[in-house]
Design a protein around this ligand. Structure first.
Ligand SMILES: [Fe+2]
Ligand SMILES: [Fe+2]
Length: 313
């Protein structure tokens, strides 16, 4: 079979909504794009644990602490499913972790912003996990089987994350003057970075067309961003708060909310590693990796011992 035939069969499968599985033939660029996207997603899950982990020891009640611990643990689990999905494409976990720690691999820029108050835990759940869900619901139908299946479970947990975030803000929004101000301040700081989570505009997104053809993505950055704005612009009414965008307005003709322009200079600046917490996050990851060395060694020694035992039996 020629390369051309293989490519034809591959694309026909995708067009018929048949999932691509690890042992199937696939174009090298498809493999690479998936490795990049899935590992980037995995890194985002585990780096995402850092800004929220910051507040576990300072949660305002036992109930909130338990919820936050559960949520941060979920994110670790998401990282694990996704690393495992990426491994099926022929990259090792060690390689991916090395790429993260050397700065070669990216993770979502949203986690390079600091968490300054308790209300940020609410704003992250509601806005950041909310934006993540928009992306991830689409990914439950992505063409690469292991990625799609991992996303189904992740999405269920993300819905809980968003609910708990909204609930935390709802309580603050009904609280004292200071609590209401804290709630509004968190929304003000997280709104624009959340919009940036959908990536560059379609007109400037280099990977978009091919990813749509291969059904790795099914909606464009701009479509997803619009869906997100439409959802949040309604939900914020329940909080009695406002979004920090004077241009936000319902457009009866389009049946969508219009909204202001993202600060793209800030967007690219954070992507390039100059965000407020880029260095802090990578340092924290590297430190955790070094300090966890003995755990990995112990796990390998234990696995070898077990293997020897079963070989001897
Ligand atoms: Fe997650
Ligand atoms: Fe989450």
């Amino acid at each position: 079979m020629t390369l051309h035939d293989l490519e034809k069969i591959f694309q026909a499968k995708i067009d018929q909504e048949i999932k691509i599985e690890p042992k199937d033939w696939m174009p090298e660029a498809y493999r690479k794009t998936n490795i990049r996207q899935i590992s980037q997603h995995a890194h985002s899950e585990i780096v995402g644990m850092l800004p929220e982990g910051n507040w576990i020891s300072r949660a305002p009640s036992l109930k909130r602490k338990a919820i936050l611990v559960a949520k941060v643990q979920d994110e670790a689990g998401h990282g694990l499913y996704l690393y495992a999905a990426a491994e099926t494409l022929g990259i090792s976990r060690d390689q991916m972790i090395d790429d993260l720690h050397s700065g070669k691999a990216k993770y979502s820029s949203i986690f390079n912003y600091p968490t300054l108050s308790w209300a940020d835990m609410g704003a992250i759940g509601w806005l950041v996990d909310g934006a993540a869900i928009m992306n991830q619901v689409m990914l439950c139908r992505t063409s690469y089987g292991p990625y799609a299946r991992a996303m189904v479970r992740i999405c269920k947990e993300e819905s809980f994350h968003q609910r708990q975030g909204f609930d935390a803000l709802l309580v603050l929004s009904k609280g004292s003057e200071a609590q209401r101000a804290m709630c509004q301040d968190a929304i003000n700081r997280w709104w624009w970075p959340s919009l940036m989570m959908f990536g560059p505009k379609d007109s400037e997104s280099t990977n978009s067309d091919q990813s749509m053809k291969w059904k790795i993505k099914r909606k464009t950055n701009d479509e997803l961003r619009q869906n997100f704005v439409d959802m949040i612009a309604e939900q914020i009414k329940l909080l009695g708060m406002t979004l920090p965008d004077p241009d936000l307005k319902w457009n009866e003709e389009r049946k969508h909310y219009d909204f202001g322009e993202i600060d793209w200079t800030e967007f690219w600046n954070v992507v390039k590693g100059n965000g407020p917490c880029n260095k802090q996050r990578l340092d924290a990851r590297r430190k955790a990796h070094t300090e966890g060395q003995w755990v990995r060694e112990a796990a390998i020694a234990y696995a070898n011992k077990k293997k020897e035992k079963s070989a001897a039996a």
